[in-house]
Design a protein around this ligand. Sequence first.
Ligand SMILES: Nc1ncnc2c1ncn2[C@@H]1O[C@H](COP(=O)(O)OP(=O)(O)OP(=O)(O)O)[C@@H](O)[C@H]1O
Ligand SMILES: [Zn+2]
Length: 545
Amino acid sequence: ACSFKCTSSGKRWIKPSGFDTGLKVFNSLAKQKEPLILAREGLATWYSCGPTVYDHAHLGHACSYIRFDILQRILSRLFGITVVHAMVITDIDDKIIKRSWEENVSPTVIARMYEEEFKRDMLSLKVTPPAVYVRVTENVHHIVAFIERIIRNGHAYATKEGDVYFDIGSIGDRYGKFVGAVDAQGEPGSSDKRDQRDFALWKRSKPQEPYWESPWGRGRPGWHIECSTIASHVFGSQLDIHSGGIDLAFPHHENEVAQSEAYHQCGQWANYFLHSGHLHLKGSAEKMSKSLKNYITVKDFLQSYSANEFRMFCLLTKYRSAIDYSDDTLSEARISLGTISTFIHNAQAYIKGQLHCSPVQEAVLWERLAETKSSLVKALADDFDTPRAIGAVMNLVYHGNCQLQPVSTSDGVTRSPALFGAMVSYIQDVLDIFGIDLLHSKEADVSSSCGRLKAVVEQLTHFRSEVRGFALARQNSASAGSPSKPGLYPERIPLIEACDTLRNDLAPLGVLIKDRGASSTWEITEGKPSQKGQRDLDKDQETSS
Ligand SMILES: Nc1ncnc2c1ncn2[C@@H]1O[C@H](COP(=O)(O)OP(=O)(O)OP(=O)(O)O)[C@@H](O)[C@H]1O
Ligand SMILES: [Zn+2]
């Protein structure tokens, strides 16, 4: 690779040498899709900018971290690449200090409180924790040493007031890797800056502010330097992937790159920058943001929706796109998940022999399954195209459903349980890669915390089936039936009605009983269950009886 001194490369991205994964990713440094080449075979080093912990985490943060969690899961579980992920926690910053004054507690208390909350929120959203979370305040001595070396390398200077600035003029045309030429409007600061674009590596502390001792006097690190230092401390002079929200590309990542390359004297520090699109409230041009106070916290969200539903919501758009948050877009995700779980449930009932169907076109479905597998891999290798991958799965579910046509009796009909078993396993594996766990969703947590709930439902539905079987028995003599339901014992009809009432009353409580001919199945549903499935079955039963 070109060294730092080699200015001819300028802003151009240098294709790394190493292990070609076969994937293509949109690299913000190259401004286009490029082959993902890693320094070491089967291993990706990955650094991400973490939260500034001064307030609750909102759905914008959730969206960004879930999207990258999905990307990392795809790399590790589908493509066999071990991802080593480090994330910084920004626990010292102007906003934290301001908040601590407002609340009259120390900045450390504010930061620890919201850091804990952030980690809990991420766990409740099933985001895989990074290999390490690293706090800025525990690395200030590394940051000071990092700045000293940049000064020694001739790319930063201290002012007499005790601030240190990065010297953009010293790196020629390299500045502007993300946005091209950068005009002279930089961050406000000391009038001693050599160039308006120069940005702070170290800020002298004002009275009442927290501070650390340094060769330039008491102060604290600038924002960008923390990421360069910590990423370098963990991964050394070279990094495969760096991620963050698109708002971070400039100036934050631009400045991280300038500092790190000036420190390591290398031509290219991080090889790939992946940026996620923003989450907006539908109809709003602004991103959801703490500062704009237009946010929904993760905790509030989880009162009405599940982590699985939010993940599906994220999967339905590409990670780079902006994403509109509204009840409509959320309910689209809920419906997609519902369709998948209904299919899994029906297929399982079919495998067990509780659901009788007309013969299935086996060869067609085996082929569909194989096609789905290959198009899913293709879609995900193409810059992690999750909407296309989900489309392929939904298509498989659709064709599976078309073949599961209930009939009242299946005597002598060929069955295909292995085929449906293969489809169910595959779909569950894919959901598992994406971090959607239908087996351990909210309702399953409820059942495990209540321990015996499932067993109770099992007993109840078994008892109901016995009663229903008794009530649905036919009389031998056709003359004796009720006029509306020929053949049934009229005195047993109230039992059928009582069974229907129980079924209807349990549905809003999340227990969905489906009567399939004389037998019944049940499942515990997520969110508000639809009655449609049962109405279709009722119709089927009426026509068949
Ligand atoms: N609305 C959003 N949509 C997507 N990602 C977001 C959104 N808001 C913040 N992020 C991302 O979350 C990560 C953590 O950001 P950080 O804690 O610095 O939040 P922030 O940008 O200061 O938030 P805010 O703008 O709400 O003050 C960053 O990668 C950022 O890009
Ligand atoms: Zn950063």
